[in-house]
Design a binder for this molecule. Structure first.
Ligand SMILES: Nc1nc2c(ncn2[C@@H]2O[C@H](COP(=O)(O)OP(=O)(O)OP(=O)(O)O)[C@@H](O)[C@H]2O)c(=O)[nH]1
Ligand SMILES: [Mg+2]
Length: 455
């Protein structure tokens, strides 16, 4: 693990901006206690609330409570002081100014968590759990993030890392006996152990994917011809009149994004301008923005209206959609055909291989089924979420599983034990990047910079 290079005394407002009963300013680093005692004009007592006036020079800034956590028993593992005063932007800023006048500097976003990580208080996945807990938008997401913060996810990863270390030792030992290495590995049960490892990884990937969906959600774009009812569908799914609906084709011109929870799955739903050739400059721009969404969204809802719809027309629109995707990220697994206005006409019998659902945005028929379908589409099962995770975790787990598979193949093909050892070392490397055992500094910088200030 890398060491903290920077031991500056840092400070930040730890409570959200705005007005509130209490506002907390946090200080961490060498000298935190001394600087706080200067402001408080009193001796602080470890882990005890000390009531005091916060004073800077001749200025009385606020009254409040000071709490000192000696190192290493603090969130960051350093000397930490919390100054709990009144929650107002000006009063808190004055305290920050006073602290900076006494040698502290403003903390960068996520710097407190970053220090906690470097001081071994939290591993990387746990630190990300802290950020996910703060950002959680549902009870289920908060519960899962807390499990990650407590180490549930990291423990699973660490068990795998230990198992890989054990297997690597055996493989390395066999390298010294080139003629018998395969027999030795078979006898030592390495082949079977790799098989079980593979299965465990598959399960963890599934759980981590659930955790990722629960924390980060999915982007869903409503795409289709003008007037088919895209905006009406957005309103029906959101349960509010968020988008303008009229019977004039070309009503929606700009993107409209709303965030909603569909049975615990966070969804960013994006309404777009109806796709058509238009001579209107504003509409042209809207259509270009709609087209860009086709490549970006996790799920494309291709909306069509039931009246006069034929199977051939659906196939044609799917083909057109594929052609629209300039980024060539199109995958039919991402597209769900939504046949709307089913209250007006019976929809055509679409072949099973076309993912589709029939609804009426007007009457609400089929909207609940559409919500369920969205869950099915991304493989989200609410009840099974054990811990929060991120896309980078899922990617690392998959990369690790690929290496384990490669090691199995190498063994099966009777290749040299050196190769097997190399694959296993890589598998371990990817797992290590999840908890931060092996992480490049630029990765750490990127992860922590996404945290909020004061965390
Ligand atoms: N009968 C019926 N009418 C609907 C339904 N959904 C939408 N409409 C009507 O169809 C017309 C167009 O609806 P919009 O939601 O504005 O359609 P849109 O696809 O967003 O249209 P653009 O923004 O122009 O691309 C409106 O008059 C809606 O009231 C439906 O399920 N049944
Ligand atoms: Mg619209």
């Amino acid at each position: 693990m890398t060491q903290v290079l920077d031991q500056d005394l840092i400070c930040a407002i730890a409570t959200p901006p705005g007005q509130g009963g209490i506002g907390i300013v946090r200080l961490s680093g060498v000298g935190a206690k001394q600087v706080a005692e200067t402001i408080c004009e009193r001796k602080l007592v470890a882990r005890s609330a000390v009531y005091c006036q916060f004073v800077h020079g001749s200025e009385h800034l606020d009254d409040g409570i000071a709490l000192w956590f000696p190192e290493p028993q603090s969130f960051t593992g350093e000397e930490v002081v919390e100054l709990q005063g009144h929650g107002g932007p000006v009063v808190q800023q004055r305290i920050i100014n006073a602290l900076c006048g006494l040698g502290a500097r403003l903390a960068r976003p996520g710097e407190f968590s970053e220090r906690a990580f470097h001081n071994g208080k939290l591993d990387l996945a746990q630190a990300e759990g802290v950020a996910d807990l703060i950002a959680s938008t549902s009870e289920a997401a908060a519960r899962a993030a807390l499990n990650t913060l407590r180490g549930d996810f990291s423990n699973k990863v660490n068990v795998l890392i230990e198992e890989l270390t054990r297997l690597r030792v055996q493989v390395e030992a066999a390298i010294d006996f080139p003629d018998e290495e395969i027999e030795i590995l078979e006898q030592a049960g390495v082949v079977n152990a790799l098989g079980s490892l593979d299965k465990i990884l598959t399960n963890i990937i599934a759980s981590a994917n659930q955790g990722r969906l629960l924390s980060n959600g999915v982007q869903v774009a409503l795409i289709g011809a003008p007037n088919v009812g895209k905006s009406s569908l957005l309103n029906a799914l959101a349960g509010e009149d968020a988008a303008i609906v009229t019977d004039i084709p070309g009503t929606t011109r700009d993107l409209l994004k709303i965030d909603l929870l569909v049975n615990n799955l966070p969804i960013r739903l994006i309404d777009t301008a109806g796709l058509r050739d238009s001579s209107d400059a504003v509409e042209q721009q809207g259509v270009a923005r709609a087209r860009a969404q086709i490549a970006q969204a996790d799920i494309v809802l291709l909306v069509m209206a039931a009246p006069d719809l034929s199977v051939a027309a659906v196939s044609q629109q799917l083909a057109d959609l594929k052609a629209e995707d300039q980024e060539e990220q199109f995958s039919s697994a991402r597209v769900l055909v939504v046949v709307n206005k089913a209250d007006l006409a019976l929809p055509p019998d679409l072949p099973e291989e076309v993912n589709h659902i029939t609804v009426s945005a007007l009457t609400g028929a089929g909207i609940d089924q559409l919500k369920t379908k969205l869950h099915e589409f991304v493989g989200f099962a609410d009840e099974s979420t054990e811990f929060s995770a991120r896309a980078r975790h899922v990617d690392a787990l998959k990369a690790s599983a690929d290496q384990v598979a490669a090691a199995q193949l190498a063994l099966h093909d009777g290749l040299a034990a050196e190769l097997v050892a190399e694959e296993l070392a890589l598998a371990q490397h990817y797992l290590g990047s999840i908890t931060g055992d092996i992480s490049a500094d630029d990765l750490l910088g990127r992860i922590f910079s996404e945290f909020c200030i004061g965390k």
